[in-house]
Design a binder for this molecule. Structure first.
Ligand code: OXD
Ligand code: MN
Length: 586
């Protein structure tokens, strides 16, 4: 009797017609074989073995350098289930569109079957997936990003308890590129791309879109959030989860070297991109990181912005679309050293300044999480870590203060639902445009976002020790366009204020949008910042916020009657508070 997994592999093989089928066990030896094959085929090149041992550079097809949101679909039976913020196609149409692309796509090629666990190996919160792919680069990356191999296969056994994902490069043709999700049958089909989020199906496709669907029906949360632990001088660690849109500094925050380390405040990393959160028996919200590696944006990463990841990247890492020096060391804009003579750019050409960036703005590193010096002793804990604070944030040059706290859970959900940010290079499309990105989940929510807000609202009252909800903005600029806040390691000052709020120690001012720190309640010793800059960072301008509130109302209108009443109430209450304070200010 064959197992559900064997049946699906066979069915996929009938469709894609590979010459060989290889089941991956995740071993060191097997990985060596993949890497050697990739080196032999010229898909990877080896970096300097003395300064970057076992590190490789991959150059992706130039039409395939970021997540392709325009061809990412949620394929539910009804369009309403996918909602107005997702691309939708019926499951029948989606399959009819992609099946011909998959047909014979692996002819002359090898099909790899990669079973993986999302989450710590023995955690009740972990989930299982299997990716079928004809890309060894994907297999090698999945081995870093998930617990891939034998243990997953054993856990799946003869059950059907796994999320199948079928991936084929199919010529890496942008005209024949689709990332299809079938949440009702928990299935993923991805064709035409070898890029991270499109091709490493355990990441955005499963751990956010499909898991989000599962989480709603099973009563937990799958979120686009980093997880960090903030240690205080007594040694107590408080865990926080933070949602920022892609390429807004989640990785840097999660791996931050605190400027208050000498005072006993230290940051530990649990995860940098995704949090799965369950209500535990002790009434806390417990988070695990479903991933096992970091797939981070390289440009701008340096010894100041993220020394921990810089240390992690010195061995056993895969770099994608970065530049390379004649000494075979990776280089990117903002790495902290001038471009070396003879630099080769991400396209494999000799670089000169007139050619634009040498590393692609969305070039990436893929590195095991355990290699970071900041990794938390609990990052792999099957029980997860208890979350005391949820942080929303975005890139807003104007408007949002450095930090504010929501009044309660319902208001906090509203704060998350009204998040917006200026776009980055993580997805194809214009950069720097303000887009509404609730909970940083706009591209990752696998069902109707109005129902997702409803799920958030329903979760709060079930959590006995519910986290406080905050909003941060590291990116506010002054009238001359200069950042007001130094960011990076200094951000611990904001985390410390949150910790003090959790412990009932720090003061805050009531404003129409929420509770903003009094200037005195922030720990600013050792930081040179003018009082004017501080006031500007904490300023809430009711007129600007009223305009913002109109924009959010317009966004919410998309959801029609499906928008939860509580969100509408919060929206109206905010508008009233803002109107009152604009009148008062006149
Ligand atoms: C990512 C993203 O790659 O959010 O993590 O785009
Ligand atoms: Mn992300």
């Amino acid at each position: 009797m064959s197992t559900p997994l064997e049946n699906w592999v066979e069915e996929s093989a009938r469709l894609t017609n590979p010459d060989h089928i290889v089941w991956c066990d995740g071993s060191e030896e097997e990985n060596r074989g993949h890497i050697n094959g990739l080196l032999h085929d010229g898909i990877l090149t080896e970096l300097n073995p003395s300064t970057y041992p076992r590190c490789y550079l991959g150059r992706r097809n130039q039409n395939d350098v970021a997540r392709s949101e325009s061809v990412t679909f949620i394929c539910t039976r009804t369009q309403d289930e996918a909602g107005p913020t997702n691309n939708w196609m019926s499951p029948e149409d989606a399959k009819a569109k992609v099946r011909p692309i998959l047909e014979n796509s692996m002819k002359g090629r090898t099909m790899y079957v990669a079973p993986y666990i999302l989450g710590p190996e023995n955690s009740p919160y972990s989930r299982l997936g299997v990716e079928i792919t004809d890309s060894r680069y994907v297999v090698a990356s999945m081995r870093i990003m998930s617990r891939m191999g034998k243990a997953a296969l054993q856990r799946i056994g003869s059950t059907d308890n796994f999320v199948p994902g079928l991936h084929a490069l199919a010529g890496v043709d942008p005209e024949r590129r689709f990332v299809m999700h079938f949440p009702e049958e928990k299935l993923i089909w991805s064709v035409g791309s070898g890029y991270g989020g499109n091709a490493l199906l355990g990441k955005k496709c499963f751990a956010l879109r499909i898991a989000g669907w599962m989480a709603r029906s099973e009563g937990w949360m799958a979120e686009h959030m980093l997880i960090l632990g903030l240690e205080d001088p007594t040694g107590k660690v408080t865990y926080m989860a933070a949602a920022f849109p892609s390429a807004c500094g989640k990785t840097n925050l999660a791996m931050m070297v605190s400027v208050l380390e000498s005072e006993g405040y230290r940051v530990f990393t649990v995860g940098d991109d995704i949090a799965w959160m369950h209500i535990a028996n002790d009434g806390t919200l417990r988070a695990i990181n479903p991933e096992a590696g970091f797939f981070g944006v390289a440009p701008g990463t340096n010894m100041q912005t993220n020394p921990n990841v810089m240390a992690a990247l010195r061995h056993d890492a895969i770099f994608t679309n970065v530049a390379v020096s004649p000494a075979l060391e990776p280089w990117w804009e903002g790495i902290g050293t001038p471009p070396p003579a003879g630099l080769i750019d991400w396209k494999g050409e000799k670089w000169s300044p007139d050619k634009g960036p040498a590393a692609h703005p969305n070039s990436r590193y893929t590195v095991p999480a355990r290699q970071s010096p900041s990794i938390s002793p609990h990052w792999d804990d099957p029980a997860g870590v208890p979350i005391s604070a949820i942080i929303f944030g975005g890139r807003r040059a104007r408007l949002a203060p450095l930090v504010y706290e929501s009044r309660d859970w319902q208001h906090g959900v509203f704060v998350g639902a009204t998040m917006a940010s200026e776009t980055t290079a993580a997805a194809t499309g214009a950069v720097g445009v303000t887009r509404r990105d609730p909970m940083a989940m706009l591209p990752f929510c696998g069902y109707n976002m109005a129902d997702y807000f409803g799920h958030w609202l329903a979760m709060g009252p079930k959590i006995k020790h519910a986290p406080k909800i905050f909003h941060v903005n590291w990116f506010r600029k002054d009238a001359n366009g200069k950042f007001l806040w130094p960011g990076y390691g200094e951000n611990v000052r904001v985390l410390k204020w949150m910790l003090d709020r959790i412990e009932g120690r720090a003061a805050a001012n009531e404003t129409p949008i929420g509770l903003v720190p009094t200037p005195e309640s922030l720990t600013l010793d050792g930081l040179s910042i003018s009082r004017g800059a501080l006031d500007e960072l904490l300023r809430v301008d009711p007129a600007d916020w009223l305009e913002e509130s109109r924009a959010t109302a317009e966004f919410f209108a998309k959801f029609g009657d499906r928008l939860p009443a509580a969100i509408r109430q919060e929206q109206e209450a905010l508008a009233t508070r803002l109107q009152r304070s604009t009148v008062a200010a006149k």
